[in-house]
Design a protein around this ligand. Structure first.
Ligand code: FHN
Length: 438
């Protein structure tokens, strides 16, 4: 192995803190807010894709899309209010689109003119959000897109993005684009305080970005920063998108990084802790990452609460997205759902935060999560009569309704337990029973 490579590996080893230290806060936080925002919100179209893959659904010409920043002026944006909304929702970290595939910088980058400070708004939105997050003690991560439709080193910008949106790494200009990425990532990791996560979104053929170069850069600048798995390297965690894996992800199982759900066999068992692979699923509340006044396909708050539980029951984090309006506000349909999730978490957060996957998988009526010797049973479909469980493994010491603490009678015969419960479900979204194991 050439010395340079050895040094590179050593530099990573020297710079990155041990993974368990770095991921401790993240494994505790469990629930985060994703934010997709840019001038595209003016047009109620998806971020970037209308110029990459034009479609009747998001009909806008590339010229009109690229002219949107000229009238982007979100005067009602209140970074502190957005952080407070995330906290009220029970979200314990945030990930913000500093640059999506279109290449527009929502921060005052010295290396592009296609940026927020060249709009009527003029102010650095990343700076405002970083300051608000810091003052509220909210870990803030930066989504950063390696694909960049605006940069002539990424693609021949004399053509339309639809012609070469995957990038042109064979062109002699390509190394200039990677240098540009290094410069922008350095800005993001040296100007805005602690960066909890760099959330790359490399799309296909990610090897072309030389991910190791950017992992090393990030760990030299901020050793504690987590990196996801979307720049061609495994990083700290997997990123299934818009779905929850059927089985608990493991280090040796299929890598998850996008909307493609792996071919999975029957629900596998519960992996050993050392085999578990950290993961996070990101989802929209309707069907669009960006603000879209025409997308009325909102998931209900019950669906979102149960998704959070389902994700946590398999050991995952849930990154739930909002797309702020052109004025910088969060639409009421999103705010209502976020606050409903927050109310449920206020009563039941102990069964989510800091938990790992539960010992019982594949229950037809609910899910389990675990923290130490406590198993949390999240009941979706309330039974007539007692709740019956098999295979919990071990002796039950006691059980109680988590919200309110009402003790419940438990009968155990070998591996079978029956829990006497009230006739009606105390919480229609999900009722949590805390089962203390001996
Ligand atoms: O193309 C992007 C998409 O716009 C959005 O940012 C999602 C969020 O993870 N990532 C890509 C699609 O996988």
């Amino acid at each position: 192995m050439k010395p340079a490579i050895i040094l590179a590996l050593m530099s990573t080893a020297l710079h990155a803190a041990p993974i368990d230290d770095r991921t401790a806060w993240y494994r505790e936080a469990k629930f985060g807010m994703f934010i997709h925002w840019g001038p595209y919100s003016l047009a109620s179209v998806e971020a970037s894709w209308p110029i990459m893959r034009p479609s009747p659904k998001d009909a806008i010409s590339e010229a009109d899309y690229r002219a949107l920043p000229q009238r982007f002026n979100p005067e009602k944006f209140d970074a502190a209010a957005l952080v407070r909304l995330a906290k009220a929702a029970g979200q314990r970290y945030m990930v913000f689109t500093t640059k999506h595939h279109d290449g527009f910088a929502m921060f005052d980058s010295a290396y592009t003119n296609y940026k927020i400070t060249n709009t009527p708004y003029k102010k650095d939105i990343v700076a405002a959000l970083a300051a608000a997050a810091k003052s509220e003690g909210m870990p803030l991560g930066f989504y950063y897109s390696p694909p960049d439709m605006n940069h002539p080193g990424y693609r021949d910008t004399a053509k339309l993005s639809a012609d070469n949106w995957r990038g042109e790494p064979a062109r002699p200009e390509w190394p200039l684009y990677l240098d540009f990425m290094e410069l922008q990532l350095t800005e993001l990791l040296t100007r805005y305080g602690d960066v909890a996560i760099v959330w790359f979104d490399g799309l296909g053929e990610q090897q072309k970005y030389n991910g190791r170069r950017f992992h090393d850069l990030i760990h030299r600048l901020q050793p504690a920063t987590l990196i996801n798995n979307r720049i061609g390297l495994a990083g700290d965690y997997d990123t299934p998108e818009q779905f929850t894996p059927k089985i608990i992800p493991t280090r040796t199982g299929p890598r998850l990084g996008g909307t493609t759900a792996p071919e999975e066999g029957p629900a596998a068992g519960v992996p050993k802790a050392e085999d578990f692979r950290l993961w996070e699923t990101c989802m929209t509340i309707n069907n669009t990452w960006a603000y879209n006044k025409n997308d009325l396909n909102y998931k209900s708050s019950t669906q979102l609460i149960r998704t959070l539980i389902d994700v946590a029951s398999k050991g995952g984090n849930f990154l739930l997205n909002v797309g702020p309006t052109p004025d910088g506000e969060i639409q009421p349909e999103f705010e209502q759902r976020l606050l409903a999730i927050g109310r449920w978490l206020k009563a039941n957060g102990e069964a989510i935060y800091g938990t790992t996957y539960g010992p019982l998988q594949g229950l037809p009526f609910g899910r389990t999560t675990r923290k130490g010797r406590t198993v949390y049973l999240h009941v979706f479909d309330w039974p007539k009569g007692a709740i019956e469980l098999d295979g919990l493994g071990g002796r039950v010491a006691s059980a109680r309704l988590l919200a309110g603490g009402k003790p419940l009678k438990v009968t155990q015969k070998a591996a079978h337990i029956a829990i006497d419960v009230p006739a009606a479900a105390p919480d229609r979204d999900a009722t949590v029973i805390a089962i203390e194991m001996k």
